[in-house]
Design a protein. Sequence first.
Length: 149
Amino acid sequence: MTWKQKIYCHYKQILFGKISRLQNILDDLKESGANETKSTAGDKHETALAMLQIEQANTRSQMDEVLLQKDAYEKIDPLVSSDIIGKGSVVQTNRGYFFISAALGKTILDEKIFVAISSQSPLAQKLSGHKTGDSVELNGNRFIIESVL
């Protein structure tokens, strides 16, 4: 398995873990809402039900965002590599490793720190179209591209 495939699989597990956790929260909130509708405690009941509805809406919003990330992520083919940086590239710079995919944050894999960034992020936009040996500057920081997977 190549580095890129390892990184892709690792972040895919993280993404599916997020989806699973959010689905569990939604299921729990649905169950709590069903239990709450059986109660007839007046104002306290109304407040609790309203809070549950707000929590459900917030969690659904988070789920929608994660599902959009999943859709974008699944368009990446970890078997395809290019010398030119674009969506799906793993980029080693003098400032660390970046996986241009979806905004999934930092992770450690084989004692190396990787940061999955959205292809719409400012850094990904700056790196896009460049290759090994090039450098870009963002917010006063210079990123020297050491390799592209």
